[in-house]
Design a protein around this ligand. Structure first.
Ligand SMILES: Cc1ncc(COP(=O)(O)O)c(C=O)c1O
Length: 489
């Protein structure tokens, strides 16, 4: 940890407007066992902007990645000859909607895929992934999760938990198996080499991004290698990739390296923070058609789905912006990683001198306690443009087994392409930070989170474990419990 970059001036919130303001109190940060003992002793503004200054070369590398992806996107728009006539929209069945067909074509081109289905009628990433799985699997088939346990909401889709009678994959006679991740959090290559049961394993499911797990994002190259290993065991086994949070973080997508289908959400990377909802799949034409039949009905498939013109234009515009917003989110995440790791918090991916490989859209920060998660999310929410007066609370959310806390003061409900932080309330109490239209918003949000953590007396888990700060964190926890009774501040 570089102590030189920790500011010495105590900061606090000034007034009921929750503005950040500098007080005149100068305090030396207390460093013991290599960790800051009181976050109240550091100057969030100085720390955050010092980190931002150090990160400028990395930000420039992100910009180059953005430009490369933008070139790919613009070329796809050009090839599809996108014009104003594509933004007219449709109603009802939406038969013959030129814009919808062109948007599918553009997305397929960007993904390096035969076909794509971009639909506002997908409710979420979970919906698009479920549609992909149900389209590809039939009774008696096996689904193998290659990258460990899939994202929390997939548990009910698969049938690991949930309401009997709701038609999970297991209820439809599909068996499920999981390959745990290797000790380093990556794919277990040795186990994968003999994991496929030819003729039985119909779908190998790969989750590209970390989800709610402290593990690295998979690179597209790793996914390509996995595809080869899987197909070598059974060329008919299908590789389906949960591409949520992966789009535009690298210069190609999993479909360009042999994945049969990718599935994702438009209120994450691919919607560029503009799409008001929806999801997509892209890949082999026959699979995309089967997903269309699953989303609508056999016979209707991909040929219907009315979309109002204003929405259609925004889907195009969001896709055009997506490389840029993803780049800004990556920069924001690198800033979070730099700041929080300098304070002694464990962060995944950790700070790197250059662009991490892959540059993850998500930055996980281990808070070590429920109180830490609540305080961090409270600070983030205070810095959001929408609902800054709301105090986030852990609670039950449809699709999740654990209580979850969300700081997502976003223009579009649940849009984690916008600046947001969330996580399930379970050990090791990790907050996952993602999204953001501009990294400078993350600078303000992290400052706010640091003030919140200081107010709550939260310290990095390792410092707490060293036993130097037990009194401060337990007293703050009592205060927090009292505060938690208040939902709106
Ligand atoms: C890797 C991954 N897959 C799937 C999902 C589910 O997406 P949604 O919340 O849009 O249903 C998420 C959500 O964060 C995720 O991180």
């Amino acid at each position: 940890m570089d102590h030189h970059t920790l500011g010495k001036t105590k900061w606090t919130r000034r007034d009921e407007d929750q503005q950040l303001a500098q007080t005149s109190t100068a305090v030396e940060p207390q460093i013991q066992n290599g960790f800051v003992q009181q976050l109240a002793d550091i100057d969030p503004h100085e720390l955050v902007w010092g980190c931002a200054a150090d990160l400028q070369p990395l930000f420039a590398a992100v910009d180059q990645r953005v430009a490369a992806n933008l070139k790919r996107v613009q070329a796809a728009f050009k090839r599809a000859r996108i014009g104003p006539h594509h933004f007219l929209g449709s109603t009802g069945y939406g038969h013959g909607d030129l814009g919808r067909e062109a948007l599918d074509q553009v997305m397929a081109d960007i993904m390096g895929a035969e076909a794509a289905l971009v639909r506002i009628q997908f409710m979420s990433g979970t919906h698009a992934i479920a549609a992909g799985l149900f389209a590809a699997l039939r009774p008696g088939d096996e689904m193998l999760a290659v990258a460990g346990k899939p994202y929390d909401t997939m548990e009910e889709v698969i049938g690991m938990r949930g309401t009997p009678g709701h038609g999970s994959l297991m209820e439809w006679g599909i068996t499920y198996r999981e390959l745990p991740l290797a000790a380093d959090g990556g794919l277990d290559w040795e186990a994968l080499a003999s994991a496929i049961k030819p003729g039985v394993t119909k779908v190998a499911h790969i989750q590209r991004s970390c989800g709610y797990a402290l593990r690295p994002t998979l690179t597209v190259a790793e996914i390509g290698r996995a595809v080869q290993i899987i197909k070598a065991q059974d060329p008919n086994a299908l590789v389906l990739v949960d591409n949520c949070y992966g789009e535009f973080t690298e210069e190609q997508e999993p479909t360009a390296v042999g994945a049969d289908l990718v599935m994702g959400s438009l209120i994450k990377n691919a919607g560029g923070t503009l799409a008001p909802g929806g999801g997509y799949v892209a890949g082999r034409a026959d699979l995309v058609a089967a997903v269309g039949a699953r989303l609508a009905a056999p016979g209707i498939g991909t040929d219907a789905g009315g979309v109002p013109g204003t929405t259609m234009r925004i889907l195009f515009q969001g896709l055009f912006l997506a490389s840029q917003t993803t780049g800004e989110a990556i920069k924001g995440g690198r800033l979070v990683a730099e700041v929080m790791s300098r304070l002694g918090f464990k962060v995944v991916p950790g700070p790197t001198p250059g662009l991490p490989n892959p540059p993850s859209m998500i930055t996980a920060v281990e808070m070590g306690s429920r109180e830490g998660m609540v305080a961090f999310c409270k600070g983030i929410q205070l810095a959001c443009p929408v609902g800054s007066y709301i105090r986030p609370e852990p609670g039950v959310t449809a699709g999740y087994g654990d209580e979850v806390i969300f700081a997502d003061g976003t223009f579009i409900d649940g849009s984690t392409a916008e600046l947001s932080a969330d996580g399930p309330i379970r050990p090791p109490y990790v907050v996952y930070c993602q999204g953001g239209t501009h990294w400078t918003h993350w600078a303000l949000a992290v400052e706010s989170a640091l003030v919140s953590l200081a107010e709550a007396g939260v310290v990095p888990p390792a410092a707490a474990a060293a036993g130097d700060s037990s009194s401060s964190s337990s007293s703050s926890s009592a205060e927090l419990q009292e505060e938690q009774a208040v939902l709106v501040c």
